[in-house]
Design a protein around this ligand. Sequence first.
Ligand code: SF4
Length: 249
Amino acid sequence: MVYLVEDFFSIQGEGRHVGVPSVFLRFGGCNLRCPGFGSYEIDEEIVAGCDTLRAVDKKRFRKIWQPVERATDLIAIVERYLEPLDYRPHVVLTGGEPMLYHDDPAFYGLVGWLVREGFEVTIETNATIAPDFDRYRWYEGVTFAMAVKLSNSGEPMGKRVKMAAIMALATRGKDSFFKFTLDPFATTNAGEIREIVEGFANEIYCMPLGDDVAQLQKNALLVAEFCLEHGYRYSDRLHVRLWNREEKR
Ligand code: SF4
């Protein structure tokens, strides 16, 4: 069984596929918490954590965590978005950490169906969990957006960087790229990224911290300059520019 937190149709706002029309399925649960990624006021309480807290904090967001037991139910959600379209959108499986469900029959059944049907599929992951690619072969048809967390996430190194998982995703998936979220004022960014990506030929995207327009604007230019200095690709957060903090975007 998986928990689905939301599904929506929008444009991809981050990473390699910025601007691509995509169906998003957001799964609930994460093995990290990322307390360094800001704080929010929820029900008059200040809560520290990631920018998709609704997909991480089951207790607080219980009402929107929908248990789904069958792959056919997840497939039906994707098919609903296809009906009015005369083209095939990209499909993005995100979270939380969707790879928590890598061996779940509903999740893997959806992945298998998407790959067999010829969809471009991206799994957005913190790259700490890799499937057994020999056993779960459909993952070889998936692109992995590896959002490995840096120290600005507030998570300890041993928990947020799993080199064996990164290696498996980078070498066994159909394709993959790195996507780092930068606090541009942290002085450790360059060294941390270098240490993680050493030996990999994947594209490297750096994205400013910022889940609202004001914070994004404050950080964007510095991250762009960091990319120029180090030869990385700048990724904006286009959905934030367009819709600010609106959910399902
Ligand atoms: S890894 Fe991603 S989803 Fe998980 S807590 Fe960190 S930012 Fe949130």
